[in-house]
Ligand binder design. Structure first.
Ligand SMILES: Nc1ncnc2c1ncn2[C@@H]1O[C@H](COP(=O)(O)OP(=O)(O)O)[C@@H](O)[C@H]1O
Ligand SMILES: [Mg+2]
Length: 424
């Protein structure tokens, strides 16, 4: 097990374009770190530099406190699971899982023991003699995982391991990976473009855009205190709504009426003229369902509902609004970059499933003014971010994590056949 430290890592491919640009990040021993961002943002390149499959153009990569820039992949003691699983078609499931142990010339009884343990954890026992071609996608994924966990690797590296599975299986495997990683307490770096995977798996998540780190934080901090428009728009589904607004004193004039800001926030946007107000769908409600006592902390407005989606336990309403040309263009650009078709000049609001708000009619809505963020439209920066509140959220997650890792190690990690408690 090991920590991974990156200092000013740059990767330039042949044409000189920096696919990874000045990335510095420390991954703690036992931590589950996610690299997330849209396709082409440099996630795989960064992961491949950790494993040693890609040369580092400049910067330093340390694993377990030792510089590895010049080390070959096989000398880094890392286990990688690829998107396409890379199984050997002519070998049985047993031999596929055993492969790294065979390479290391492990004795036969050790191979049997470790493969059987991995098969237990991954529920592969009845398939051990089959060939990969006869397995389902989910089973192949498990075999690839098995091959990764039989080694006493210092870290696991995953590159979009679930993207070839259907949605249901993806959900199942996600839970299994989380459980396995918690149980083993092994440092893990996991690449995905899926924000749900990022939020549910990671202790911390690193959001990348065009090779540059935007924010490294716990899922809660990313969600509640995003540093900029990009992170705010990427994390959360349906995404945060962005409304154009003009600042007048301590109030914001939005397409949905006036929002009064508390003094701390008003102070932070002083001197600004046009801004973007970010508010997540769940901070809206059907005004008729909001307690009178609570109403004053937000704003009530009336708007015409375009579409409603009733899902049983929840309900969404789509509310189009008018925006200046420049704002509409900016949202379109962000939407394109995030590969999302939902960032448009319409708000998506989540209302109680009992609400009788109807399509095509005017309705009264309420929004929680305490929950808004205000972004600078030219730089995308979140002007109202509270860095201390954010750091506290990440600190809590890191403490929980450290405790879990300590426990996992105290009980020994039987899957790899290594019993840390007994080693001492
Ligand atoms: N072997 C390569 N040669 C040249 N450019 C590459 C190579 N591999 C990746 N790139 C470029 O580097 C950028 C990052 O790619 P990649 O790390 O694969 O992104 P991601 O995994 O986030 O989708 C992209 O612009 C991609 O086109
Ligand atoms: Mg990739």
């Amino acid at each position: 097990m090991a920590s991974i430290e990156m200092k000013n890592i740059v990767k330039k491919y042949g044409d000189g374009f920096p696919a990874v640009n000045d990335v510095s990040m420390d991954i703690a021993d036992g931590e589950f770190m996610i690299l997330v961002g849209p396709s082409g943002c440099g996630k795989s390149t960064l992961l491949r530099m950790i494993v040693g499959l890609e040369d580092i153009t400049s910067g330093e990569m340390d694993i377990g406190g030792t510089r590895v820039n010049e080390k070959a992949p096989r000398d880094r003691n890392l286990s990688m699971v690829f998107q396409n699983y890379a199984l050997y078609p002519h070998l049985s499931v047993f031999e596929n899982i055993a492969f790294p142990l065979r390479l290391a010339k492990a004795p036969e009884d050790e191979v049997r023991k470790k493969v059987n343990e991995a098969a237990d954890v991954l529920e592969l026992h009845e398939h051990l003699q089959r060939k990969p071609a006869n397995l389902s996608g989910g089973q192949r994924q498990r075999v690839a995982m098995g091959r990764a966990i039989v080694r006493d690797a210092d870290a696991f590296l995953f590159d979009e391991p679930l993207s070839n599975l259907d949605a249901k299986l993806r959900g199942q495997m996600r839970t299994e990976i989380a459980r396995l990683q918690r149980r083993l307490g092994i440092t893990t770096v996991y690449v995905t473009h899926d924000q749900t995977e990022a939020m549910t798996l990671g202790d911390r998540v690193c959001v990348l855009r065009k090779g540059v780190i935007q924010q490294v934080a716990s899922p809660r901090e990313l969600y509640e205190q995003p540093v900029n428009l990009f992170v705010a728009g990427f994390i959360g589904s349906p995404p945060m709504n962005f409304l154009p607004a003009t600042v007048s004193g301590s109030a914001l004039e939005t397409p949905f009426g006036k929002i009064e800001l508390d003094s701390a926030r008003a102070e932070k946007i002083k001197g600004k003229d046009l801004v973007l107000v970010g508010i997540r769908p769940e901070y809206f409600e059907d005004a008729s369902l909001v307690d009178e006592a609570k109403k004053h902390v937000g704003s009530t407005f009336s708007a015409r509902v375009d579409v409603t989606e009733w899902l049983g336990d929840s309900q969404f309403a789509y509310i189009p609004y008018e925006a200046p040309e420049e704002v509409a263009a900016q949202l379109k650009e962000l939407s394109r970059e995030l590969d999302s078709d939902q960032l448009r000049t319409q708000a998506i609001v989540s209302i109680d499933s009992t609400s009788r708000i109807r399509e095509g009619r005017e309705a009264e809505f309420w929004l929680d003014a305490r929950k808004i963020h205000v972004f600078d439209p030219s730089t995308g920066d979140n002007l109202t971010r509270d860095p201390e509140a954010g750091a506290e959220l990440t600190r809590m997650a890191s403490e929980d994590r450290a405790e879990q890792v300590a426990q996992a190690r105290e009980h020994g990690t039987s899957v790899t056949g290594r019993h840390h408690a007994e080693e001492k």
